[in-house]
Design a protein around this ligand. Structure first.
Ligand code: SF4
Length: 285
């Protein structure tokens, strides 16, 4: 795997539910065809040439050195660190990416910095070693369908939905916090599916973020997308409220934005990693 060096790593993200963020890989072998917003931006900035270039991820070899320098600088400002918004931290079939991600989580957790992780890969089981990786991280997967044919078409090189859910459920069953990014959710002219059926499959999670599909030509041609996404938002909120799941509908998805839920990852009850064994189990277990 090719390696690159960066000058800095930690940065404040502009994603509405984000805080600080790390992208320790350039590019992403999952090659999503929604399309991938990160790829569009990197192309626009001249960092990559084309889709094939994006598919060849490059590891930031000095990521841990940069973290050691940057953590003392930002520590008091950080609420949590998101991995990642413009690559995938558990890239499918990329053990080098997985290994560096685990080291980064461990390093951040050592300073009691919480990580909020999102992947279209599968989680390794050793994340349950909470003395190494902490107990306060939020582990998320993207799920916008259960149809593996749709996945093949739109997320061609990522892990199967089935594997993703299985690995997330394992972490949940071991007492870790889990979440779902249901974004970008496709319009019915791309796939006809039952949202409630998907929700039932992932109903064990603590949080759900739902967002519409942008930048897709076919999806923008769907007449009635405003009503469609409003109906989806209603289904999500009813489902989450009835099950005690926290949720956030991304801005521009429903007809009226709810600004109160954007802090979904901020008000987290933090468990003392050193003494968690002596604390009562959290209520979501
Ligand atoms: S997993 Fe994320 S970063 Fe990777 S190609 Fe898909 S959308 Fe882009």
């Amino acid at each position: 795997m090719e390696k690159i060096k960066r000058k800095s790593l930690l940065y404040r993200s502009e994603v509405e539910y984000g805080d600080f963020c790390i992208n320790h890989v350039e590019g992403c072998a999952h090659g999503c065809r929604f399309p991938c917003y990160a790829m569009i931006m990197k192309k626009r900035c001249g960092i990559i040439k084309d889709y094939n270039d994006w598919l060849k991820p490059k590891l930031v070899s000095n990521a841990l050195e940069l973290l050691n320098k940057e953590i003392p600088k930002y520590k008091n400002k950080i609420k949590f660190v998101h991995l990642c918004f413009s690559t995938d931290p558990f890239m499918y079939r990329y053990p080098e990416v997985r290994s560096l991600t685990l080291k980064i989580i461990k390093r951040l957790n050592k300073d009691n910095i919480r990580c909020v992780i999102l992947t279209k890969g599968a989680y390794p089981k050793n994340l349950i070693e909470t003395e190494k990786y902490g107990k306060n991280n939020g582990y998320g997967i993207t799920i916008v369908s259960l149809d593996e044919r749709f996945k093949k078409q739109f997320e061609p090189y990522s892990s199967s939905y089935k594997n993703r859910i299985k690995s997330l459920k394992y972490l949940h069953e071991k007492g870790l916090k889990t979440w779902i990014s249901m974004e970008p959710y496709p319009t019915p002219n791309l796939i006809k599916q039952n949202l409630l059926k998907i929700l039932k499959e992932i109903s064990f999670v603590d949080k759900i973020i739902f967002g519409k599909l942008n930048y897709n030509v076919k999806s923008t041609q769907f007449i009635g997308s405003k009503n469609f996404y409003q109906e989806c938002a209603n289904i999500i909120s009813d489902f989450c409220i009835s099950r005690g799941i926290e949720y956030h509908i991304k801005y521009g998805t429903s007809k009226r934005d709810n600004r109160k839920t954007e802090k979904i990852f901020r008000k987290e009850k933090v468990i003392d990693n050193k003494s968690f064994k002596f604390l009562p189990l959290p209520s979501y277990i």
